[in-house]
Write a protein that binds this ligand. Sequence first.
Ligand code: PLP
Length: 396
Amino acid sequence: MLSQKQLFLLNTAQTSHTPRLLQIEKSEGNYLYDTEGKKYLDLVSGFAVSNIGHRHPAVIQAIKQQLDQYLHVTVYGEYVQSPQVNFAATLAKVLPHNLSSVYFTNSGAEATEGALKLAKRYTGRNEIIAFKNSYHGSTHGALSVMGNELYKQAYRPLLPGISFIELNNEQNLELINEKTAAVILESIQGEAGVRVANPSYFKKLRDKCNETGTLLILDEIQTGFGRTGKLFCFEHYDIQPDILLTAKGMGGGMPIGAFISSKEIMGTLAENPILGHITTFGGHPVSCAAGLASLKVILEEKLYADVPQKEELFRTLLKHPRIKETRGLGLMLSIQLDSFEKVEKVSDYCTKNGLIIDWFLHCETAMRIAPPLTITTAEIEFACETIREALDAIYE
Ligand code: PLP
């Protein structure tokens, strides 16, 4: 009989030749447990998803309660489903007033797709400006605004009318003009290895969008829900997007995303023709119930409040001669090493020693630090000590 790992390799579509092959039996709080009973501290949060930890009791309770009421009942946007209504209303309450209309999707990439369509529809324009080294998902539209040729070349033709500019390059902002439907960017470039823009750059970008009637789409799919020390990262920059993208940490571990805009902008999807964007499962009631429970935990426990102190502790304890740079904001950090080979070795060492750490799609020489916001001081100490030990061992 084939083992689970063999069946995984045989029948589950593979996306690389080097999957991690950890077989997880259970997850709880800041830990994953494998089938051999080994415990791992999660420094990745399933890629910025488990912001409140794994299987938070409030999320589990909300899911169970919804399971007893209904699952899927109809396509998105027809029946009044309380989990959607309550989640959207709570999001609208904590967001600026221009972000009051929430379109729920199943994933981040779908939120990107919806936002690109919405921007074209509302402005009547068809050009989009995106950023070098960006990542907004893997579907065709999202791939079209991805700033990495390596992952795009095999899939052309992609969407026409897309130009790429460089983060923090103010001169490039001149390319935004009256033909530009939208500028799309991540509030912090995640897969580029965590690159933070200057707050002054964001202000200038916002001004240029206002001047030209261009919509600003901010992708907070990784940065959202407290990860950077604010509920949303744009709060650090003192600007507001016209369309906000969320997913990942939104669902407390359940699949959900959203593009969020004003009632006026979003309203165009219901006009001429109607049904401008439709989805069967978007805003699934169980995902919305879980998402609302997770948001309440973040807000009530102010899980973002001590994120700056936790960032500081990571930065203090991650001092090592082999770490060339520590980048990021809050609990969205990266440490820069000098090669992919070293990154892989550190990762292997850490996994063997009970710590999950990973790297980035567009930056294989840096390591990803994105733990649940609930990580404790003792856990940060353990994580940093393990990383330092790994660096000592592989560079000796
Ligand atoms: N946008 C950003 C910034 C992301 O990091 C990701 C996923 O890593 C996505 C979009 C796509 O989200 P999903 O994988 O849910 O489609």
